[in-house]
Design a protein around this ligand. Structure first.
Ligand SMILES: [Zn+2]
Length: 94
């Protein structure tokens, strides 16, 4: 799943709204970029990888420091960047 450009901009606004001088905890840089790919943080169901019904997942969005590469992950649903409707309407690109 990909973020739209508007969703990426909205996330950056939210990140800086709470603390306008947000800096990287490793290098102090203030330049972060949002990756437009939405990743899933999946439930650990044991030694095998289980994909499908009954497995919990959290859609996460990553942002990276442009100087050192430090990454943060934001819960897409709690942040409001991704909605339940986005997930329900998502179709795999073929
Ligand atoms: Zn950094």
């Amino acid at each position: 799943m990909k973020l739209t450009k508007e969703q990426g901009v909205e996330l950056l606004k939210k990140l800086t709204a709470e603390k306008p001088s947000q800096t990287c905890p490793l290098c102090g840089c203030q330049a972060f970029s949002v990756n437009d790919t939405v990743f899933n943080l999946t439930e650990n169901t044991g030694k095998t990888l289980t994909i499908g019904k009954g497995v919990s997942f959290i859609p996460v969005i990553s942002a990276s420091c442009q100087k050192c590469g430090y990454m943060i992950f934001i819960n897409g649903l709690i942040s409001g960047i991704i909605t339940d409707e986005d997930l329900e309407n998502y179709k795999d690109p073929d």
